[in-house]
Design a protein around this ligand. Structure first.
Ligand code: BGP
Length: 490
């Protein structure tokens, strides 16, 4: 007997910048992701720019973070490959892609809207009609198969122009740009889209610093300020969405990393608790409970943070609480006060190797129990419906006679879905699950397509060569069965 509720939302997730391509089509403006070069596990992605003296330059890119030096402006150079510009060309292949999602029996498809497709610079008054129309076509296609869209308003692709002008959310004007953009979407797609997520992995600015040993107080100042402005922007969007259509449900989106103490040393146990506070609860509490938690003061003091925050901000945070707690989950991590040589990486995480876990080709710890732990602890704290909107395994795939036997991915999913079932049996109100990604796409971290997450294979390599032909992997058929049996057959 399945424990999954009858109307459980099975599906998959993508982000515009990682699949769409068509980066200059129909009036779209450049996004920060368009000036990011390709990287690999050991080679960081770069942002390319022209500096204040007119000279070309590059700077290490961290997904979602604009690292342009003062006075520089982002630029595209012909001697670099920018994988997000064409990505896997969903822009011209969406009909066949959505058809394949329907074949798997998707109930929901998590996608994002490219902000610079709607407002090319990010701060125009009037939206770009052709951009709005593109998403009308997507929603129409999804409706044809009764697949519900779950739309992320901002997923790591701020328009380049405002991102530079406002120094990556260091200016409160960014809030108004975002709110205007979000309101435009709520009005335009009223009755067509009712499920929304305000920002992808809003806690990312803090996560990124947590593994940067050279991070200075000034970096923390920027991260906390950016996060504050985004939290306010999110809360204002929630209020507007509720006003425009009471049927709208809005989720936050937290990068969910489960932290454990590396040793039984009480100092490690306390550090673990504080890691949860800083990386998970700090942003979650604001979005779900409407105000900063009591430990926020300690966190700000740690780095002498002076937050620019108004009374109106605080009222907005309280009035704009989310309806659903949504999060991504890939792996767990260990916290310790002790030195260790055995360091590993993860999704915005780095730390000590856990000897009880296996690690992926890209060094991420596979830990399905960590997902159960995260679900239970989050539901216990917030008691609102929970949804997993990203979970999957990045691994290379081999095409053999037109087939892709991605058993490792199936095993990964099986373990995680079983963990979900255990959490549901333990009382968690889990309403849905979207795998990352349903189709091979450009990795946010490395810019590679060879770090494949899809249930659908795309013929493309890390230099941009390939026919872009789509092929169902073994996991495609396996997931189809999972959905048909509502999680009974794993
Ligand atoms: C999340 C992002 C996604 C996705 C995923 C996998 O942090 O929300 O956009 O890319 O991680 O990470 P990566 O692509 O770096 O392997």
């Amino acid at each position: 007997m399945t424990v999954f509720p009858e109307n459980f939302l099975w599906g998959g997730a993508t982000a515009a910048n990682q699949i769409e391509g068509g980066y200059q089509e129909d009036g779209r403006g450049l996004a920060i992701s368009d000036i990011m070069t390709a990287g690999s596990l050991n080679k960081a992605r770069q942002i390319t720019y022209i500096d204040k003296n007119g000279l070309p330059g590059t700077e290490t890119a961290l997904s979602g973070r604009n690292n342009l030096p003062q006075g520089a402006h982002g630029a595209v150079f012909s001697n670099y490959y920018y994988p997000n510009q064409r990505a896997v060309d969903f822009y011209h292949n969406y009909q066949q892609d959505i058809k394949m999602l329907a074949e798997m029996g998707f109930k929901v498809y998590r996608m994002s809207i490219s902000w610079s497709r709607i407002f090319p610079n990010g701060d125009e008054k009037e939206p770009n009609k052709k951009g709005l129309d593109f998403y009308h076509r997507i929603f129409k296609e999804l409706r044809k198969y009764q697949i519900e869209p779950l739309v992320t308003i901002s997923h790591y692709d701020d328009p380049l122009v405002i991102s530079q002008k406002y120094h990556d959310w260091q200016d409160r004007n960014m809030i108004d740009c975002y709110v205007h953009y979000a309101e435009t979407l709520f009005k335009e797609y009223k009755g067509i889209v009712t499920k929304w997520i305000t920002f992808n992995e809003i806690n990312a600015p803090l996560l990124m610093l947590s593994f940067d040993k050279n991070a200075q107080d000034t970096d923390y100042q920027k991260a906390y300020q950016k996060l504050h402005y985004q939290l306010v922007a999110s809360s204002r969007a929630v209020q507007i969405a509720h006003k425009i259509d009471p049927n709208n449900t809005i989720g936050n989106m937290i990068c969910g990393v489960t932290n454990y103490p590396a040793t039984p040393d009480p100092q490690d146990v306390l550090l673990t608790r504080h890691t949860w506070e800083k990386l998970i609860y700090y942003a979650s509490d604001v979005q779900v409970l409407g105000k900063y938690p009591p430990f926020a003061k300690r966190l700000w003091q740690e780095h002498e943070i002076q937050l620019e925050m108004t009374e109106q901000d605080q009222e907005d945070l309280l009035a704009g609480k989310v309806d659903v707690y949504t999060f991504s989950y890939y792996h767990s991590s260990l916290a310790t006060t002790h030195d260790s040589k055995d360091q590993v990486k993860g999704n915005f995480a780095a730390g000590v190797r856990n000897p009880y876990l296996e690690y992926s080709q890209w060094g991420w710890a596979t830990d399905a129990s960590g997902l159960q732990y995260f679900l239970e602890i989050i539901y216990d704290r917030y008691r609102i419906p929970v949804m997993i909107v990203e979970n999957g395994l990045g691994a290379t795939d081999k095409v053999e006679n037109g087939k892709i036997h991605d058993q490792e991915r199936i095993t990964y999913y099986r373990k995680h879905i079983k963990a979900m079932a255990r959490a549901i049996a333990n009382g968690v109100d889990l309403i849905g699950y979207t795998t990352w990604a349903c189709i091979d796409s450009i990795s946010a971290g490395t810019g590679q397509v060879s770090k494949r997450y899809g249930l659908i294979y795309v013929d493309l390599d890390d230099q941009g060569n390939g026919s872009l032909k789509r092929l169902p992997k073994d996991s495609f058929y396996w997931y189809q069965k999972v959905i048909t049996t509502n999680g009974e057959e794993l």
